[in-house]
Design a protein around this ligand. Structure first.
Ligand code: ADP
Ligand code: MG
Length: 239
C-alpha cells in the first residue's frame, strides 16, 4: 500500500569533499522484499552513498530515513541496532577464525547463546556454506569469502542489507548461486541494496535499478528499461 513508508529513503543527499561534489541531490529508496541495484562507473559515488546510508559519513545536506525515522544523525552502531547491515568492498572477515565463528561473532550482536547458534545454523543452510563451516576465513577461495561476508551480515537478521560489489571474485557458478541467495533473502522481506559491476547479476536479480554518474542519479527503473537506455550504457561503459 502506498502510504507505507519505504524501508529506506535517501532524500536530497549531497556530499562534498572540499570543492569536489561527490553526490548531488541524490534521491533513492529501497523496499522490503526488493533487490534494488545501484550501478555506475568508478568514481560515480556509489561507495560514498553507502557510507552516508550506513552512517560512516554525514551528508553535507539532505536526510536518510529508515522505516520513516530520520536517522541522518545516527552512527553506524545505532543504525545496526535498527536493522541495517552492510558488507564492504574489501573483505573484512576475521581471517584466523572459522567461518562458523565469523558468523557467531555477528549473531551475538543481536542474539545470545543458543539463539545465536541457531541463527548461525539457519544462515549457513540458507547460504549453503555447510562444506566450509570449519575452514579458517583466511583459507577460503575469494568467491566463497564474499558469500561468508553476506552470510555474516544476514546473521544480524537485518531489515536492510547493503552489499558493495559482493560478486567481485566469484566465478560464474558462484554468482548464479549467489543470485538465488539474494532472491531468497529478499523474499523473506529484507530490503537488499546492491552495488555491483556484474551487469548480468544486476539485471537478473534486481527489481529496480538506479544509475549513478558523477554523483547524480541519471536514471531509475526496472532492469529492462535501464538496460535498453543507451545513454545509460554510454555512461556506464564510458570509463
Ligand atoms: P564509486 O564507489 O562509485 O567508485 P566513490 O564513492 O568511491 O565512487 O567516490 C566518488 C568520488 O568521491 C570520487 O571522485 C572519489 O575520488 C571521491 N572521494 C571518495 N572518497 C573520498 C574522500 N574520503 N576524500 C576525497 N574524495 C573522495
Ligand atoms: Mg566503490
Amino acid at each position: 500500500c502506498w502510504i507505507v513508508p519505504s524501508l529506506l529513503r535517501v532524500d536530497d543527499v549531497s556530499v562534498s569533499f572540499g570543492a569536489h561534489r561527490a553526490l548531488s541531490d541524490v534521491e533513492l529508496s529501497a523496499e522490503r522484499g526488493h533487490v534494488t541495484g545501484l550501478i555506475g562507473p568508478n568514481g560515480a559515488g556509489k561507495s560514498t552513498l553507502f557510507d552516508v546510508i550506513g552512517g560512516l559519513r554525514r551528508p553535507s545536506s539532505g536526510s536518510v530515513f529508515l522505516d520513516g525515522e530520520d536517522i541522518t544523525r545516527l552512527g553506524p552502531a545505532q543504525r545496526a541496532k535498527r536493522g541495517m547491515a552492510r558488507t564492504f568492498q574489501g573483505l573484512e572477515l576475521f581471517g584466523r577464525l572459522s567461518v562458523r565463528d565469523n558468523l557467531l561473532v555477528a549473531a551475538e550482536l543481536r542474539h545470545s547463546g543458543r539463539d545465536a547458534a541457531n541463527m548461525v545454523d539457519g544462515v549457513i543452510e540458507r547460504v549453503q556454506l555447510g562444506a566450509y563451516v570449519d575452514r579458517l576465513a583466511d583459507s577460503l577461495p575469494t568467491g566463497v569469502g564474499r558469500q561468508v561476508e553476506v552470510a555474516r551480515a544476514l546473521t544480524t537478521k537485518p531489515d536492510l542489507i547493503l552489499l558493495d560489489e559482493p560478486a567481485a571474485g566469484q566465478d560464474a557458478d558462484e554468482t548464479e548461486r549467489f543470485a538465488q541467495i539474494l532472491r531468497s533473502v529478499a523474499q523473506d522481506g529484507v530490503a537488499v541494496l546492491l552495488v555491483e559491476h556484474d551487469m548480468e547479476l544486476v539485471m537478473g536479480v534486481c527489481d529496480e535499478v538506479h544509475v549513478l554518474d558523477l554523483g547524480t542519479i541519471i536514471m531509475s527503473g526496472p532492469p529492462e528499461t535501464v538496460r535498453q537506455n543507451t545513454a545509460v550504457l554510454d555512461a556506464y561503459l564510458g570509463t
